[in-house]
Design a protein around this ligand. Structure first.
Ligand code: APR
Length: 256
């Protein structure tokens, strides 16, 4: 069930029992200057992003993949959180355990804005991990020179060569089951008091695009804030066709 798109900025009523689950996508970072996947037409230097950001792409040409991610790391150097990121951090400060933020973005801007209850569903651009050993993902802000594939220092110390990879969930790879279990627990805890808000996402990449269905299945209310109608817009109770930088702070401002 959906209602017609709002023309003026609405506000969202919360009670002391409300549990707020927020899903964000590339659109929330657009006003910070991070290009969305759709904005670049899904292409990078003539390559389909799916072909670069995939396990098969990495096996085929790890140097190309590292050049792609090094360029994206460099692009984040001057980027800062915007009013929408900050409004979500402020909402978390008010709701505490009754708030959970799930982001498909790998730009780290939610953490930068002060959010702590964040699940980075698709990984983090500023982290790497080894393709061989089981050391945990670690912070790596390095912009590697073209033609350089970074190697794992720990493996080298053990006498073997192992290439690093970005800590990103690539196309065709599974989402961490612990993340999904944590989201499911939150949805169940919220039940009919769940308020689900999706912001700046085209609603085509799963499982994130199905969170609206999970929220509906427990009787929660669902809101979409997006610059345009996303693919799954019909499955939301409320659709706000606005830019996130203005709409998100307004939506939560009166949500006492
Ligand atoms: N405010 C709100 N929405 C916006 C804004 C804005 N300022 N600017 C753009 N949008 C909307 C676009 O209209 C579009 O619907 O944000 C959406 C961004 O869509 P995508 O670029 O497809 O990003 P996203 O949905 O996050 O992509 C999902 O696909 O590229 C892969 O794994 C990657 O996490 C990514 C996933």
């Amino acid at each position: 069930m959906s209602t017609p798109a709002s023309t003026s900025l609405p506000t969202l009523a919360l009670t002391e029992r409300s549990h707020v689950l927020v899903l964000t996508g590339a659109g929330i970072s657009a006003e910070s200057g991070v290009p969305t996947f759709r904005a670049i037409g899904g292409l990078w230097e003539g390559n389909r992003v799916e072909d670069v950001a995939s396990p098969a792409g990495f096996v085929r040409d790890p140097l190309l993949v590292w050049r792609f991610y090094s360029e994206r790391r460099a692009g984040l150097a001057d980027v800062a959180p915007n009013a929408a990121h900050r409004a979500l951090a402020a909402l978390e400060a008010r709701l505490g355990e009754r708030f959970l933020l799930v982001t498909q973005n790998v730009d780290g801007l939610h953490v930068g804005a002060g959010s702590a209850r964040v699940i980075e569903l698709h990984g983090n651009l500023m982290q790497s991990r080894c393709t061989v050993c089981d050391r945990p993902p670690f912070e790596d802000r390095q912009v590697y020179r073209a033609g350089v594939a970074p190697m794992c220092g720990r493996c080298k110390a053990a006498g073997r060569d192992a290439v690093l990879r970005p800590h990103i969930v690539w196309f065709g790879e599974a989402i961490d089951g612990e993340h999904l279990a944590r989201i499911e627990r939150f949805v169940r805890a919220g039940g009919r008091d769940l308020v689900f808000v999706a912001i700046g996402t085209s609603g085509v990449v799963y499982p994130a695009a199905a969170l609206v269905d999970a929220a509906r299945s427990v009787g929660g209310r669902t809101w979409l804030v997006n610059a345009e109608r996303s693919d799954n817009a019909d499955r939301f109770d409320h659709v706000v066709l606005e830019r996130a930088g203005a709409a998100v702070p307004a939506l939560f401002a009166a949500a006492a």
